[in-house]
Design a protein around this ligand. Sequence first.
Ligand code: ADP
Length: 543
Amino acid sequence: MFGLMQDRPLLVSSLIEYAASIHGDTEVVSRLADGIHRSSWRTIHTRAKQLAKALLALGVKPGDRVATLAWNSHRHLELYYAVSGIGAVLHTVNPRLFPEQLTYIINHAEDSLLLLDAMFLPLVSKLRPHLSTVKQFVLLADEAATTPAREQLPGLLSYETLVAGQDAEFVWPVFDENTAASLCYTSGTTGNPKGVLYSHRSTLLHALASCMKDILALSSRECVLLIVPMFHANGWGVPYSAAMAGAKLVFPGAALDGASVCELLRGEGCTLSMGVPTVWLGMLAHLEKHPEARPTQLRRGLIGGSAAARSLIARLESELSMEVIHLWGMTEMSPVGTGALRPRRWEAMTSDQQLDLKVKQGRVMWGVEMKIVDDNGRELPHDGKAFGLVKVRGPWIAKSYFKAEGGTIIDEDGFFSTGDVATIDSEGFMQITDRAKDVIKSGGEWISSIDLENAALAHPAVQEAAVIGIAHPTWQERPLLLAQLKPGLTATRDELMEVLTQKVAKWWLPDEILFVSELPHTATGKLNKLKLRELYRDHKLPT
Ligand code: ADP
C-alpha cells in the first residue's frame, strides 16, 4: 500500500549502535573485585562487536542459548548486546539458586556456552559433570586470572583473550524482530522454574515505554546505579533502556551492601537507582551509622520486586530528600507493569496523603492492559476496595513459557494471570494485597498478608515481618505474624498489637505474634513464604 511507514525490525543491536554513536563518551562504570573499571557506550559497542565475532568463531549459531552466571558489570553488558546481536539467546542464570535448580535450568535451556564470574568457579566445577549441553566455559576475566582457574575447570577460556582475538569490523545482522533475544527463569515457588523467552521486539517496546517520565524517566542527564541484578528479569530492562536514553550506567558487581552502594552512589554522582526493598533498607542502616556517606545527587529511587513499606518510602524521602517511585512487575512482564509517580493532582496533598498513595504499586504504563477478576473470572470494579486476581495483556507479556512448560497460560482473551491479588482505584492506581497463594482465607473473607506486614513495620523496632495463614478449625485460616527485630532493639507482643490495631480491621489482627531471629528469603531476596508455611505447618494457634 502507498504511503505506509518503513518496516524496520526492532532489534537489540540498534540500541547499542545508537548509544555508541550519539552518547559514545557517556561512561559505563563497573565495580570489579579488584577495583573500579571505566568504559563508555562507544567502547562497549566496539567490544560487543569483537565478542560477537568471537562467539561466532566458537560456533555459536542463531537460536543457541548462551548462559551467564555473573554479577552486573561492563562485561555482562557486552554479552547482552553481543549474544542477542548475532541472533543467539542470552540466558542470564541466577547464581543464588540451589545447585539442583541451576543444573535443571541450564539443562532445560540446553545452553551451549557458559560464561562465569571468577567467584562462581567452585560452583561451576561442582555442576559441570551434570551439565549435559554446555560445550565450553568462559571466565569473565583476562588470561592471567584464567590460567590458574584451569586447575578447577580444565579447558576454561578467557573472555579477554576471546575479545582481543578479534577486530571490530562487524555489521550486526538484520533479522525478524520476533526472534528470541534473551531468556530468564522465574524462581518457580511451585514446581520447576519456568523460562520466559523475550523477543527483540518485546525488549525494545518495553525499553521504550519504561523510559517514560512516569516510569523510569531515563534520559542522557541521568546517572543510573543498577542494583537490580542483570539475571533478575533482565535488570528491569535497564541495560537496554539506559542505552536508548544515553544515560550513564554504573554497575555494583557483587557488592550490594549498604556501604558499597553508598560509596558508588556518592562517588559516581548517581541520580537514580533501583532495587528490591532489602537493598534500600541496607543503605538506610549504613547511613544511620555513617551519615557522612550520604549520596549527594541521588534524586530518585525505584523500588519493586516486593512491596515497599510506607515507613521505607517515608524514610528515604525525608532522610535523603529523594523521590521514591514504587514499581510492580514480574519476569513474565519483561518485567515492568506499573509505576506510582505522582500525578499533578497530588501537589495539593500533604506528604502524608501522598504516602498513602505511594504505597500503592501505581498505574499501568502504556502497552499494558490490566483487570482484576473474582474467583469466577468476573471483572471487578475499580473502586479501590474490591480485590481480585490481576490479569494483564500486552506486547511484552509472555504468552507461554519456554518449551510450552506448564501448558496454556493465557485465557481466551489473551490475558495472563499474574498470581497477584490487588485492588484498582478509580484513578487506575493498583495496590497489591497479596500473591494469590499467600492471601489468608479467614471465614470466606480474605486478609492481606502484605497489609499486615506493612502495618507491623510501622513499629520502629521491627526489621522485617512475615504473615502466613495457619489452619484454623472454625475460620479455615488465621494469620500468624513473625517479626524479626532490629539488632539491639526490643518490642513486646502488646506493643506490636497496639500498632496493628491502629492500622487494620480488628478481625485481621494476627492470632499470634512470634519473634524470630531470622526470616527465610528466596533467591531473588523475597520473603520465602513457602518455606515459612512448611516450617509452621503443624503450629497450633492459641485458642
Ligand atoms: P520471582 O518470583 O522469581 O522472584 P519475579 O521477580 O518475576 O520473580 O516476581 C514477580 C512478583 O513479585 C510479582 O508477581 C509480585 O508478586 C511481586 N512483586 C513485584 N513487585 C512488587 C511490588 N512493588 N509490590 C508487591 N509485590 C511485588
